[in-house]
Design a protein around this ligand. Structure first.
Ligand SMILES: [Zn+2]
Length: 450
């Protein structure tokens, strides 16, 4: 019996593994086996039977990045509400969303976001948006891993569903999630549909938060929630929930355990201790936080207390783009300035936030998030001849402090090449851009009416 043929080999790579000790393997070969997993990583040439070979020509190869908080469909509204705070931004955006969003519109916005993500080296996204069936359609087509579930809030939204119906729909979604994964041929074992996204503790009362918690327990579903983003939110939550912080409310409603908390800007010491104790992740979204003047998250303190901190872009309407390179740089630089200590958050720690820590947040760190034998091949090949990546004394520093989206040449997800020579292979870029541009007059008209 012959051994199954390898799928892909990458040669002459400077491999930034982001494994537990930050191993770098120079002039290496990576072999991806028939099962889409990395079969070997070692210096020099390796025997393989792969029909497809990418020659990295000495360039850096790193794990695909994980965007651990985003709203992909919001690309439709990019740049529509700028130079204002979160509350004013939401006041402008939410009526436009309700007026404009349909399944097809969310597909268009999400596909544009998938294109931007893949071209920029992002291989997995934790999405929170309306009409999540649209995101699944894009995931199945584009190759981007999208993890998502029903968006839960007390307003009807564009679906339109009052909260009671929304809860029933969420129950159906979770009940069918495994079947849907199979129907859409999404990769096994990633649990990518087993999510609930309660929007926040300011848009949900305790009764509904308790119902969501019970539903999550019943299905073993993961929780993705906004928490402690702005001073305005802290005051709303305090009024609505008897003087408690968002983290206290989530702990009291048993939603905090292993949850993904988007933002976590305004956390006191007790909040941080609770987050650590419950094994929750904070997804830091620096571009969104600084653009909206939401504040500076206590990332160094979260690290000290052992909290898993991942990185996110937030929605492209508040971000405004989907750029984890920018997020990495802002995360490191602002913490150094905020603490007056340039030694905090060294490059490898920041790179972990954009890769393996995101995988931990999504409970898939045994599958992806670093380049190690036995993990699925989700990886990014950077341009060996990029001026800003020349010379490279420390590859971790080069990736975090000098690389950008323009340096991404090839991207592999689940062992398949999805970006080759800076072109997305599964997305018709011109058609996607055209579809989104055709929606802009409708969006402008809806904003003018409100
Ligand atoms: Zn958000």
């Amino acid at each position: 019996m012959s051994t199954p043929q390898d799928l892909l080999a990458i040669t002459h790579a400077c491999v930034v593994t982001v494994d537990a000790v930050g191993t770098i393997v120079n002039d290496a070969t990576i072999v991806v086996g028939a099962d889409r997993k990395i079969r070997a990583i070692a210096a020099g040439a390796l025997d393989h039977t792969a029909p497809t070979v990418i020659d990295a020509k000495g360039g850096i190869v790193m794990p695909g990045m994980i965007n651990a908080h985003t709203h992909m469909g919001m690309t439709l509204f990019r740049g529509l509400g700028d130079d204002m705070n979160l509350e004013d931004f939401l006041g402008r955006l939410m009526p436009a969303e309700i007026a404009v969003l349909s399944h097809d519109a969310v597909v268009a916005g999400t596909e544009l976001a998938a294109l931007e993500s893949l071209l920029g080296g992002i291989t997995t996204a934790l999405d929170m948006y309306y009409l999540p069936d649209a995101a699944l359609e894009v995931a199945a087509r584009s190759g981007l891993r999208i993890h998502c579930g029903p968006n839960l809030l007390e307003s009807d939204g564009p679906e339109p569903l009052p909260i009671a119906k929304r809860m029933a729909w969420a129950n159906e979604w979770l009940t069918d999630s495994k079947k849907r994964e199979q129907e859409l041929s999404l990769p096994n074992g990633f649990d990518s549909l087993n999510w609930l996204s309660p929007h926040s503790t300011y848009l949900l009362g305790e009764e509904h938060l308790n119902q969501i918690s019970a539903l999550a327990k019943q299905h073993g579903a993961h929780i993705h929630v906004h928490a402690a983003e702005t001073v305005g939110e802290m005051s709303l939550v305090s009024k609505r929930h008897n003087g408690r912080t968002p983290i206290q409310v989530l702990a009291d409603t048993q939603l905090l355990t292993n949850a993904v908390l988007a933002h976590g800007v305004h956390l006191n010491d007790a909040d941080i201790a609770m987050i650590a104790q419950h094994g929750a992740t904070v997804t830091h979204c620096p571009a969104s936080n600084y653009k909206l003047a939401s504040g500076t998250a206590r990332i160094v303190e979260l690290h000290k207390q052992g909290v898993n901190v991942a990185l996110g872009t937030d929605g492209p309407a508040s971000g405004n783009d989907i750029d984890l390179w920018l997020a990495m740089r802002l995360a490191g630089y602002v913490q150094k300035t905020a603490t007056s200590d340039p030694t905090v958050l060294p490059a490898l720690d920041v790179l972990r936030m954009a890769t393996i820590n995101g995988a931990k947040a999504l409970h898939i760190d045994h599958l992806v998030g670093s380049l190690e034998v036995g993990k699925y091949a989700d990886l990014v090949v950077l341009d060996a001849f990029s001026p800003s990546l020349t010379p490279v004394f420390d590859p971790h520093v080069a990736v975090v402090a000098a690389a950008g989206r323009g340096d991404v040449c090839h991207v592999v997800v689940h062992g398949q090449i999805v970006v080759r020579d800076r072109k997305a292979l599964n997305i018709n870029a011109a058609a996607v851009v055209d579809r989104v541009n055709k929606l802009t007059p409708v969006i402008l008209a809806s904003v003018a009416r409100n």
